[in-house]
Design a protein around this ligand. Structure first.
Ligand code: PGA
Length: 250
C-alpha cells in the first residue's frame, strides 16, 4: 500500500499538533483514504498525539532516534522510548540531520538497528546535493549512503527508503518524472543486490518514497511514477486540509 508520511520537522506546538491530529482523523474517518498515513510530530508531542490516533487509522512516527539503547546519552531519545510513546515508524538520516548534526551513514545504520530491535519501521533518507547533481554524482552518492546506512536487520516490512534530493527540500523545485523514476529504479536494483550479497531473502521489494517540495498539485503525477511507493511531505503536511488533499489523490 502507498505510504504517505508527514514530516513536521520542528514545527507545531502542543495545541497545533493535537488540533491537526484530531482534524485529520475526522477527515479520514468521514472519507477513508487509500494509503497508509504516518504523522511525525516533534518528540514531546508523540504520546499525546498517539492517544488521538489510537484506533490505527493514522500511524505515528518520530523524526530521529538514538544510536544507543539506553544510558548516559544526554538529549537522546531511544527507540524503546519511541515504541512506548506509540510510534511504529522513525525517520532516520534526514538531510537536515546529516547537515546540522553531522550524522553519518554508519551512525544512521546503528540507529536503524536499534529501531528494528523495538519493531519500528525505519524511513531511511538518501539524496544528493545540487553540487553533487551538477557533477553527475547522484547515483554514486546514493549508493554510498545506502551501502553504509542499511542495516542487515532490514526486511521488506521494516524499512522504507526515502529519496529526497537535498536541493528539492523546501525549495519548490522537483526533479522531472523521468529523473525520479531513474533514481528510484536504481535504488530498487541496489537494494536487490545488497540483500543478495548479504544472503537476505526478501519476498517483496522494499518501498521507496519520494520527498522534496511535494504539494497537492504535483503529488498525483509523482505518485503515478512506477517506482514511487509513497511520499515524504514536509511543508505541505503542516495544514491538515492540504495534507488531506494529498492523501485523497493516493
Ligand atoms: P518539503 O520537505 O516537503 O518541505 O520539501 C520534505 C522533507 O524534508 O522531508
Amino acid at each position: 500500500m502507498t505510504v504517505i508520511i508527514a514530516n513536521w520537522k520542528m514545527n507545531k506546538g502542543l495545541e497545533g499538533s493535537l488540533d491537526f491530529a484530531a482534524d485529520l482523523h475526522n477527515l479520514i474517518n468521514k472519507k477513508a483514504v487509500n494509503c497508509q498515513v504516518v504523522l511525525c510530530p516533534s518528540f514531546p508531542y508523540l504520546y499525546v498525539v498517539s492517544k488521538i490516533i489510537s484506533d490505527g487509522l493514522i500511524k505515528l512516527g518520530a523524526q530521529d532516534c538514538s544510536f544507543k539503547e539506553s544510558g548516559a546519552y544526554t538529549g537522546d531519545v531511544s527507540a524503546s522510548m519511541l515504541k512506548d510513546s506509540g510510534c511504529d515508524y522513525v525517520i532516520l538520516g534526514h538531510s537536515e540531520r546529516r547537515i546540522y548534526h553531522n550524522e553519518t551513514s554508519p551512525v544512521i545504520k546503528q540507529k536503524a538497528e536499534k529501531a528494528h530491535l523495538y519493531g519500528l519501521t525505519t524511513i531511511i533518507c538518501v539524496g544528493e546535493t545540487s553540487l553533487e547533481k551538477e557533477k553527475g554524482q547522484t547515483f554514486t552518492v546514493i549508493e554510498d549512503q545506502l551501502k553504509n546506512s542499511l542495516p542487515l536487520s532490514l526486511s521488506e516490512e521494516n524499512i522504507i527508503i526515502a529519496y529526497e534530493p537535498v536541493w528539492a527540500i523546501g525549495t519548490g523545485k522537483n526533479p522531472s518524472v523521468r529523473e525520479i523514476n531513474k533514481v528510484h529504479a536504481h535504488i530498487k536494483d541496489f537494494v536487490k543486490d545488497f540483500t543478495k550479497l548479504h544472503g537476505l531473502l526478501l519476498e517483496k521489494d522494499v518501498k521507496i518514497v519520494y520527498g522534496g517540495s511535494v504539494n497537492p498539485n504535483n503529488c498525483k503525477e509523482i505518485l503515478s511514477i512506477a517506482n514511487v511507493n509513497g511520499l515524504l511531505v514536509g511543508g505541505a503536511s503542516l495544514v491538515s486540509e492540504d495534507f488531506y488533499n494529498i492523501l485523497i489523490k493516493a
